[in-house]
Write a protein that binds this ligand. Structure first.
Ligand SMILES: [Mg+2]
Ligand SMILES: [Zn+2]
Length: 95
């Protein structure tokens, strides 16, 4: 699945809910899922980690749709197949 296909899928599935909920509340959902992701890491629960990564990815798609942002384009603008800081691939930054 391409990123654009993922974003379209998320739009068809949830855009009506996302629009009703709005940006700030949708952002809170993403933050909640990031918290669940942190908990999965802390517990070393690899099964749950997979699920929480998927949840975070889904909410990022929802937010991108809500603000009409092409996620693939935005990502490649920020990360043009090199590190945005050192401009190398692989990155040679120390952190
Ligand atoms: Mg979750
Ligand atoms: Zn770098």
């Amino acid at each position: 699945m391409e990123i654009s296909e993922f974003q379209k899928f998320m739009y068809d599935l949830y855009a009506h809910n996302d629009k009703r909920r709005g940006g700030p509340a949708t952002t809170l959902w993403l933050v909640e899922e990031v918290g669940e992701l942190a908990e999965a890491i802390r517990r070393n629960d690899m099964e749950n980690l997979r699920e929480e990564l998927a949840d975070c990815f889904a909410w990022i798609g929802a937010l991108a749709n809500l603000y009409d942002i092409d996620l693939e384009k935005a990502f490649l603008e920020k990360y043009p197949l090199v590190c945005p800081t050192c401009r190398k691939n692989p990155c040679i930054c120390t952190d």
